[in-house]
Design a protein around this ligand. Structure first.
Ligand code: FAD
Ligand code: 8RB
Length: 452
């Protein structure tokens, strides 16, 4: 490893700030260059109020950086899915067995501030208003532009880490000198954010400790609680067809959609028209690369390497796991090329697995449960998890509450799915199953679960 152990990180978002912390804590010299201004400075024009679901993988990474306690101070517990049916009935489906298996809604801006604070406390230097716009990999010089005064800055680097998000400028610069095997799969659906303000008494206007879902077949709405007693609602719709963002084009048309399909949510969103017309529709896509690094000169992490669709709530959680893995490889490997290659070998198959599971969870969320086969398999799944906690665990729990590699959760999920299909074949109720055979089949076909 080069004696000076110096690294240059592009992007002080979620992954960049956490990686900077982990490396600085291990004695690395870290410089971080961020396009935007410092969100801690008064008058910072932040984005909208956006919240994210933090799960065990992300929390574990935060604990390693000693940031978990501070982040959890403002987090809101989400115990399960609150499903809102068309007729207004609701049903809370718990995510885990008790309150130790929950997810947490955190405010992106506040989270980013905590991460910047701990990065600087650990000794990392963060340079704001520095937007990467070019890299000379032969000379090892990166150039940045300041959006305030349009000044340009050239800096020499030893190695670059691209934590600059889905539209990564570093990825584009790498692709100019080497084929990364990049492709983007668009989902064909987009999203729009709306807001539920506090109730007249200042409290939450719907159950705070849940992730709300309005599943409507080809589309859906979700809502996550914020600690200031609001909810961020996200409407997911196809780009084409009816209804879609092609037919729901303005506030009036959005109101009509909500009157018909989300009637119980409509009175909660007083500024529906304004929100709909002011906030842009975001595209949803999966980004695949075959290579994440350029020898010892640059490596990509987080969304820059593997942006995914949002439906498993794992983009940030996965990006945080990347940070821990990269910091570990950098500490262990004899040189940067070895570290970057080992990081890619470990994480790329896991990124592919969570990208696939995120795609699959859209169908699960928006089109749940009127299928009898699905309901029977789901009932059996819960029974098997009780009878065989050492072998059978629902895939959602493996992804959300455990830290086994995503690829293992994916693979075991497929084995479990096939087992459920085989065991319920020819049955319409669990009462006709022969439990001795069921138990023997589980023991024969599922190995013991890995323990964290
Ligand atoms: P980012 O957090 O996007 O950070 C990139 C940083 O790089 C930014 O600060 C940016 O300003 C900076 N930058 C960009 N270009 C340049 C440049 N040229 N030069 C210098 N700096 C640059 N994930 C979850 O796990 N759970 C959730 O519930 C969840 N909800 C989400 C909700 C929304 C609305 C969105 C959009 C995403 C959500 N995600 C969620 C995904 C999560 O936000 C991302 O996976 C995560 O932020 C990735 O971290 P990152 O550091 O790679 O990228
Ligand atoms: N990016 C989430 C889940 C799984 C919930 C379940 C789903 C919004 C953009 Cl869509 C979604 C989940 O299976 O019951 N956990 O966390 C977060 C989700 O969406 C986030 C808020 C989101 N991410 C662009 C929009």
């Amino acid at each position: 490893m080069p004696a000076d152990r110096h690294i240059t990180v592009i992007g002080a978002g979620l992954a960049g700030a956490l990686l900077a912390t982990l490396l600085a804590q291990r004695g690395w010299k870290v410089d971080v260059y961020e396009k935007r201004g410092d969100p801690r400075v008064k008058g910072y024009a932040g984005g909208r109020s956006i919240n994210l679901a933090l799960a065990e993988r992300g929390r574990h990474a935060l604990r390693l950086a000693s940031g978990d306690d501070e982040v959890m101070e403002q987090a809101v517990m989400m115990r399960g899915r609150m499903v809102h049916f068309r007729d207004g009935r609701t049903d809370l489906q718990r995510y885990g067995k008790d309150d130790s298996e929950v997810i947490w809604s955190v405010h992106r801006g506040d989270l980013n501030i905590v991460l910047l604070d701990i990065a600087e406390q650990a000794g990392a230097r963060v340079h704001f208003h520095r937007s990467l716009d070019g890299v000379d990999f032969d000379a090892r010089v990166a150039t940045f532009t300041n959006d305030i005064d349009s000044s340009t800055h050239a800096i020499g680097f030893n190695a670059l880490v691209g934590a600059d998000g889905a539209g990564s400028a570093l990825r584009a610069a790498m692709a100019r000198v080497s084929d990364l095997g990049e492709r983007t799969d668009f989902l064909g659906h987009s999203y729009k954010e709306l807001e539920i303000p506090p109730a007249p008494d200042g409290g939450f206007s719907i159950e705070p400790n849940a992730l709300h879902i309005w599943p409507r077949g080809r589309y859906m709405c979700i809502a996550l609680p914020n600690d200031e007693r609001t909810f961020t609602v996200t409407l997911f719709l196809p780009n084409e067809g009816d209804p879609s963002f092609a037919t729901v084009r303005n506030g009036t048309e959005a109101r009509a959609l909500f009157e018909r399909d989300f009637a119980d949510a409509l009175p909660l969103i007083p500024n529906l028209e304004e929100d709909f017309e002011r906030n842009p529709a975001g595209l949803l896509a999966t980004l695949y690369l075959d290579r994440w690094h350029l020898d010892d000169r640059a490596v990509l992490i987080g969304d820059a390497a593997h942006a995914m669709v949002p439906f498993h709530g794992q983009g940030m959680n996965c990006a945080f796991e990347d940070c821990v893995a990269l910091a570990d490889h950098l500490d262990r490997a004899p040189d940067l090329t070895t570290a970057f290659a080992a990081f890619q070998a470990e994480r790329l198959p896991n990124a592919r697995a969570i990208q696939q599971m995120a795609l699959e969870n859209y169908l699960e969320m928006r089109d749940r449960v009127d299928d009898d086969d699905y309901l029977l398999q789901r009932a059996l799944e819960l029974r098997l998890a009780e009878r065989h906690p050492d072998r059978f665990m629902p895939r959602y729990a493996m992804v959300t509450f455990q830290r086994m590699p995503y690829a293992v959760a994916f693979e075991r999920g497929q084995q479990q799915r096939q087992l459920l299909v085989d065991l319920t074949r020819g049955h319409t109720t669990l009462d006709t199953l022969d439990w001795d055979t069921v138990d023997a089949t589980v023991r024969e076909r599922l190995t013991l679960l890995p323990r964290d």
